[in-house]
Design a protein around this ligand. Structure first.
Ligand code: SF4
Ligand code: SF4
Length: 326
């Protein structure tokens, strides 16, 4: 039985579903490891659900504050255009570069930063990334604004904070890209909400920014799920960070807050097999009509107990005490 039976999917979106399920495109139930397919937030012509994506994004644009933040010139901007790569390379050890790029990101509007060695797992099928390193940046979303989800025409605050922070994340990675180019190395910026070659979540997990939660988003030890990502790929010599496993994955096995809060009942309570990996998974076909209706939803990340300011710290302390007893 559906946990939230009151929600009826909007036909303005469901009528645009193609024959193939979004879950099949994502590889739900497939035991064969493979790269993720380009999907939602990729160019409409490059994916199976392009017409649905266009309808969802056109709906978002009907809210003036949102279309303002998603415009070409949003408040605060999206950061500088790339500069030319300097001819002369500055030579420093990888450990110093790693420290320098992190300091740069954190002093240029970033809240989180980590580094991963590039892997085919981070690249969408049909794309190529040649750079050997990826720097992941996180920017926090104001929780009091996020907590106002689901957004409506009358109160779009919970959606506007997402759009606003995507732009801040874009500024950080574009400024960091130019810093690296000015040092004589190649760098390329990746910013949301639209995706291209880089699948950011697996890279961000490996770079130590957090764990994957049951709601399909990341959980960071400080901001919970109240943050957005951007990234820079580069040939600058760097050092990889370690994963940060603080017990969120295990906590999710006992928590159901997001499952119970999700109006279309889209969040699986148990891990699913997805492209050969057992992981938390959200049913795309159930989520997206509600996501569209509410300008990006976000209920699951707002209701996650790790997202409440100061609470992640307390939860981790409790997790650590419990594991010391076991
Ligand atoms: S974004 Fe909304 S609809 Fe989608 S899984 Fe989260 S709570 Fe459910
Ligand atoms: S709400 Fe609970 S189950 Fe869902 S992601 Fe957060 S901690 Fe995990």
């Amino acid at each position: 039985m559906a946990r939230n039976p009151a929600y009826v999917a909007n036909p303005a979106f469901t009528d645009l579903f193609p024959e193939i399920s979004g879950n099949a495109v994502n590889g739900l139930g497939s035991t064969q490891p493979r790269q993720a397919s380009p999907f939602f937030w990729h160019p409409a012509g490059k994916q199976t659900h392009g017409a649905l994506q266009t309808a969802v994004t056109e709906h978002l644009q009907r809210v003036p504050e949102l279309s303002n933040h998603f415009s070409r010139n949003p408040p605060g901007g999206r950061g500088p255009k790339p500069i030319n790569q300097a001819r002369q390379r500055v030579d420093k050890p990888a450990a110093i570069w790693a420290k320098d790029v992190k300091s740069f990101a954190l002093s240029h509007e970033g809240d989180l930063v980590g580094i991963a060695k590039m892997s085919p797992d981070y690249v969408y099928e049909g794309y190529e990334i040649k750079e050997p390193w990826v720097i992941l940046v996180g920017v926090a979303m104001a929780y009091d604004e996020l907590a106002q989800v689901p957004a409506t025409f009358d109160n779009p605050t919970g959606a506007v904070v997402v759009a606003k922070e995507y732009n801040r994340a874009a500024r950080v990675c574009r400024k960091l890209t130019n810093y690296i180019l000015s040092q004589g190395y190649y760098a390329k910026a990746y910013q949301g909400p639209y995706a291209s070659a880089l699948n950011m979540i697996p890279a961000a997990i490996d770079a130590g920014l957090g764990e994957l939660g049951k709601h399909g988003s990341m959980i960071n030890r400080e901001y919970g799920s109240s943050f957005r990502l951007s990234a820079v790929t580069t040939d600058l010599p760097l050092l990889a960070d370690e994963r940060d496993e603080f017990g969120a994955d295990d906590y999710c096995t006992r928590c159901e807050a997001c499952v119970r809060a999700c109006p279309p009942d889209a969040i699986f309570d148990n891990k699913q097999m997805v492209r050969g990996v057992s992981k938390w998974y959200v049913d795309f076909d159930k989520c997206i009509p509600y996501f569209g209706d509410t300008f990006g939803c976000g209920i699951c990340i707002a209701r996650c107990p790790f997202s409440r300011p100061g609470n992640a710290f307390r939860l981790i302390e409790r997790i650590n005490k419990q594991s010391a007893k076991d």
